[in-house]
Design a binder for this molecule. Structure first.
Ligand code: TMP
Length: 212
């Protein structure tokens, strides 16, 4: 019998919401419960395209806004064969940011429509679950200073949050809003519950195509 496929689980949210911590904790918890799981993150800064993106984020290089948007998308597409292979092998993928960050961040720049931003990512493997770690800008500010990278200012993050809110109105995507103001352990519990439910249902469903 063919093995049951893994689930594609994405964590999204503005900076300081705790995405990376929660992704790591979720992968660990799934592995400990005997469910094969691995973490991925976007941008994946290890590839050639990822290195261009990384230099841009670190402000070591400048890229035209449309160009960098397409590079972020290409960075996802170049990993699609690996994503599909892992899922088919029964491994659940826990992904730190995906196309939703791509759209929210670029459309927060002047002159970019949501539609234009979504287009290059249409047809990517569709996540079985997207959890949005919700944290108000005031609570994010209490968690300390932003870093030095591009986009790490409270004014820009506020616009990004509004764009995410817009994307969450799309019922073709399985969004779950998680209250990220709770303790790390409480957030982890919420995330694990949603993920286990999703892993159960996804194994009998075909992988979908995003925004198609
Ligand atoms: P991170 O590596 O700390 O998650 O940061 C990546 C930065 O890149 C973050 O500010 C969000 C931004 N970003 C985009 O602008 N477009 C994208 O497609 C992705 C995945 C991230």
């Amino acid at each position: 019998m063919a093995c049951k496929r893994g689930a594609l689980i994405v964590l999204e949210g503005v900076d300081k919401a705790g995405k990376t911590t929660q992704c790591k904790k979720l992968v660990q918890a799934l592995q400990q419960s005997g469910s094969p799981a691995e973490m991925m993150r976007f941008p994946d800064r290890t590839t050639t395209i990822g290195q261009l993106i990384s230099a841009y984020l670190e402000k070591k290089s400048d890229l035209e806004d449309h160009t960098v948007h397409l590079l972020f998308s290409a960075n996802r597409w170049e990993l699609v064969p690996l994503i599909k292979k892992k899922l088919e092998q029964g491994t659940t993928l826990v992904v730190d940011r995906y196309a939703f960050s791509g759209v929210a961040f670029t459309s927060a720049k002047p002159g970019f429509s949501l539609d234009w931003c979504k287009n290059p990512d249409v047809g990517l493997p569709k996540p079985d679950l997207v959890m949005f770690l919700k944290l108000s800008p005031a609570e994010a500010a209490q968690r300390g200073q932003f870093g030095e990278e591009r986009y790490e200012t409270s004014a820009f993050q506020k616009t990004v949050q509004q764009k995410f809110e817009h994307l969450m109105n799309d019922s073709s995507v399985n969004w779950q809003v998680i209250d990220a103001s709770k303790s790390v352990d409480d957030v982890h519990e919420d995330i694990t519950t949603h993920s286990l439910n999703t892993i159960n249902t996804a194994q009998n469903l075909q992988l979908g195509e995003l925004w198609k």
